[in-house]
Design a protein around this ligand. Sequence first.
Ligand SMILES: *[C@@H]1O[C@H](CO)[C@@H](O)[C@H](O)[C@H]1NC(C)=O
Length: 214
Amino acid sequence: MLAIFFICFCLGTNVHAGVIATTSTITDTTTTSPPFYEDAELKKITETCFFDSDFEELTGYTVRRSIAYWLAVTLIPESVATIGLMELRSTLNLEPLPPWKPYSDTEPSDWDFASAPSIQAYYDLKEPRSIDRSLDSTSLYEHNVTTAVAYLDKRFPAIRKIYRRRFEKVHTYKKLINRKEIDQMIEEYQEVFKRVTKALEKMEQVTSLECEED
Ligand SMILES: *[C@@H]1O[C@H](CO)[C@@H](O)[C@H](O)[C@H]1NC(C)=O
């Protein structure tokens, strides 16, 4: 009985996966690019060998490997977040990501949100913040993140693409941006952030277990 249930469950999942795959193939025929599957791209990231030299390049060769590896704990997630926010802002035609500012930990009130005079102002209140992407960071300079973003873009262009595709899916339904759409976009952003950082963490484990050091 359990076995039957299990088989049915698998079939169900496959059918479901098939539907999703077909939909995105159809979407892709409007462009000339080959189909892009988020799960497959994440899996490729997980299976990448990311060596000491990669960690060093990520930090702009400012430190040697053991320190670079340690710094990456903050540097990688903050860089993935930066890529996501860049793409989110550009999909919605909002202002580009501004230079780092002092960190503010005051949560905007409902009244602040309700009285935001423009979509940009509303977005600025809503945008996820981190002390490590601010002038109050105790571990990073903004240029550290700029360097790491450039390296991640070169090594894993899929990260930016995954964000972009998710955002465009939300955006194409309605051409006018409203506040609800911004909230939805931020949810997508958070979901992608979780999936990508998890894949990168797995990659680090896989590298230490399975890759021959270069
Ligand atoms: C940040 O840049 C400084 C040099 O300005 C460097 O000493 C430091 O190692 C870098 N840190 C990271 C995390 O890349």
